[in-house]
Design a protein around this ligand. Sequence first.
Ligand SMILES: Nc1ncnc2c1ncn2[C@@H]1O[C@H](COP(=O)(O)OP(=O)(O)OP(=O)(O)O)[C@@H](O)[C@H]1O
Ligand SMILES: [Mg+2]
Length: 245
Amino acid sequence: MTTRVEMKDVHKRYGSNDVIKGVDLQVEDNEVVVMIGPSGAGKSTVLRMINGLETTTSGEILIDGEDIAHPGVNIDKVREKIGMVFQHFNLFPNMSVLDNVTLAPTELGLQSKADAEKAGRELLESVGLGDKEDAMPASLSGGQKQRVAIARALAMKPDIMLFDEPTSALDPEMVGDVLEVMRKLAKEGMTMVIVTHEMGFAREVADRVVFFGDGKILEQGTPEQIFDHPQHERLQSFLDKVLNV
Ligand SMILES: Nc1ncnc2c1ncn2[C@@H]1O[C@H](COP(=O)(O)OP(=O)(O)OP(=O)(O)O)[C@@H](O)[C@H]1O
Ligand SMILES: [Mg+2]
């Protein structure tokens, strides 16, 4: 089995504030890891460090065995392997849906315009938006925008996809379509790290659930272990809160 992501004793400090306090996390090829935990626990910070948007204060992060902080490493090349989808979609408002999807691979010279458009149309089809290629982002619903954002990330043919609460800004009726796209990606074998508050989805799609609290991994295991037999008192009280709202 190939290890895609390996974090070794990673710390992150902002000023005098220790926000990540020694995280060891491994993500294997084809694995779906779901990160849960209370607000401020450090989940987003961990995702941002994995794709190099944020540096570490100490410790190592290896992507496909390569230390991303090593001076000789081309971080842009590493990041091409990693797709990221945020809570807010950040589509380019003045470009059509298809142009949003084809922009990165064409600008970076990875694909001709024609090849990128062909691939882009297939991706839009796969996220259920085959009829929207000429639409402008402003005319789409939140759920549709988020599916375009996923297609745009996939257009770079990433080996790893990171999702930071991709459905938490959506109206409830839009959530299902976005989760469906992610479910399909998981079935196709995409390596994924997902931060979500959708516990039903986490249970269904995760190979492993990781519970963060106060800058550390407090517990991890299969969905059954985490949801049915939580050990850590903090995990038990977190689940009590989120499952009984
Ligand atoms: N750029 C920054 N500068 C200073 N502090 C930061 C910065 N980014 C995050 N933090 C702090 O780091 C801690 C972890 O934040 P993070 O956003 O990773 O939490 P989270 O688990 O994603 O929370 P949420 O569920 O609310 O999204 C918080 O205390 C936050 O205030
Ligand atoms: Mg967050």
